[in-house]
Design a protein around this ligand. Structure first.
Ligand code: PLP
Length: 457
């Protein structure tokens, strides 16, 4: 196979500061061994998230200059609305400042006490917005897909049998919506097949339940369908996305992912009565209906980004370059969640650092080592993020101790990724270490963002 090359050249650069291991050891200690508390200028390769961290194209930057900042009926709004209508086939388009604002509006209306939402996996802001209304969020990714090593093409699929059971169990009038998250962020960016969404649509029709597509990575998901699901290889990825979105009743998007912009979100739907309610909430909290939380230039850049993201060369590079990192790590003997998803590589820290006890956070130990050794920033998705305590203050661990390396879009080149791979040679030499970290401060909610830790001597 030929070398994978970036299908773009660089027109503007942002210098990266090279620091020493000694410098980074001090910086991390000062940050309480929590990379969320580091300054970005002390980070060399930032793999913390793929959300809002992408690079815009020259066309998008040019679009920024012609952004129409009129309060109502701006040209940039017309442009964005037309692009999104064509993509979704939905009649009502609402701009928001980011994905969670769209979630708050839609689930605030559909949710409430006694209501149930069913999804492959609710993303954390999705779950939080649903639970905030008093409703319950249930995850039903199918059983086999929970095995982190099993090689299956669509590990984001919903368990259809369980979906039917849950609807009957809770009563269809209590099921507020089925939400299909594509790709499934919380399970490693695993894709959902078209066949699965078609079957969900049928079930939703039978029981008169709305289907919401949480599609912030709809382009990446479409690429997986094109290459993994029978009958799609000759269909453009954009058309695959259009087909899938037409199966939904509503669409929510954090444009900070496949919108290829640094800020933005969308909420779209077919139903007029629902759109009126949503628009009322939009005006109260986000802004007038033709800008939501966005400036004209933001909308212009998003309208362009939503077309660029379906470029087949871009998508090939995007998915293959993420897989490149994952495959090379696997070759080195680093345990990774398999197969590699669209936007990130997940490392099984419980296996890699198997001498560090779970209550000393092996995932956080790996996160800290990657920063000290290489200036690489990433995030633990394990017991620091999801752990709870029992009545005796003993840690109830999370299901897995993972570390996520999320890949920003169009930002790093293959040599940056090769550098990350180099650093893992050092990491592999450290796998016999036995001591991890203890928490010295933690807030009551979402503790991983602001917790402070210390190294156990
Ligand atoms: C990022 C994300 C959201 C929330 O979007 P924000 O723009 O961060 O508010 C919702 N759902 C999924 C699947 C996401 O990945």
């Amino acid at each position: 196979m030929r070398t994978l090359t970036e299908p773009f050249k660089i027109k503007m650069v942002e210098p990266l500061r090279v620091t020493t291991e000694e410098y980074r050891s001090v910086a991390l200690k000062n940050a309480g061994y929590n990379p969320f508390l580091l300054r970005s200028s002390d980070v060399f390769i930032d793999l913390l998230t793929d959300s809002g961290t992408g690079a815009m194209s020259d066309e998008q930057w040019a679009g920024m200059m012609v952004g129409d900042e009129s309060y109502a009926g701006a040209k940039s709004w017309e442009h964005l609305e037309a692009v999104v209508k064509e993509l979704t086939g939905m009649a009502y388009i609402l701009p928001t400042h980011q994905g969670r604002a769209a979630e708050r509006i839609l689930y605030g209306i559909l949710g409430g006490k006694g209501k149930v939402f069913i999804s492959n996996t609710h993303f954390d802001t999705t779950r939080a917005n649903i639970e905030f209304t008093g409703a319950t969020a249930i995850d039903i990714v199918y059983e086999e897909a929970k095995d982190p090593e099993i090689d299956l093409p669509f590990k984001g699929n919903i368990d259809l049998e369980k979906l039917q059971q849950l609807i009957i169990e809770h009563g269809r009038e209590n099921v507020a919506a089925v939400i299909i998250t594509v790709t499934n962020n919380s399970s490693g960016g695993q894709p959902v097949s078209m066949a699965n969404v078609q079957s969900i649509r049928k079930i939703c029709d039978n029981y008169h339940i709305p289907l919401v597509v949480d599609g912030c990575r709809i382009a990446e998901n479409s690429y997986f369908i094109k290459h993994r699901e029978e009958g799609y290889i000759n269909t453009p990825s954009e058309d695959i996305a259009k087909q899938m979105l037409r199966l939904g009743d509503a669409f929510i998007m954090s444009a900070k992912k496949d919108g290829l912009v640094n800020m933005g979100g969308l909420l779209t739907m077919k139903d007029e009565a629902l759109s009126v309610k949503c628009k009322n909430l939009l005006i109260i909290s986000e802004g007038f209906t033709t800008y939501g939380g966005l400036s004209g230039r933001d909308m212009e850049a998003l309208a362009i980004g939503l077309k660029e993201v379906f470029d087949e060369d871009y998508l090939h590079y995007r998915i293959r370059s993420t897989a490149y990192l994952g495959e090379k790590l696997k070759e080195k003997g680093v345990p990774v969640v398999w197969p590699i998803g669209g936007h990130a590589v997940y490392i099984d820290a419980k296996k890699l650092y198997n001498k560090i006890p779970i209550n000393e956070y092996p995932g956080q130990a790996l996160v800290c080592d990657l920063y000290i050794k290489g200036g690489i920033r990433c995030v633990e998705i394990g017991s620091l993020m999801f752990g709870k305590y029992d009545d005796h203050g003993k840690l109830i661990p999370a299901t897995n101790e993972l570390v996520r390396l999320a890949i920003p879009r169009r930002v790093y080149t293959q040599s940056h990724i090769d550098y990350v791979l180099d650093i893992f040679n050092d990491i592999l030499e450290m796998r016999e270490q036995k001591k991890g970290y203890r928490i010295t401060y933690e807030p009551p909610f979402l503790r991983h963002f602001t917790a402070r830790l210390e190294k156990i001597a």
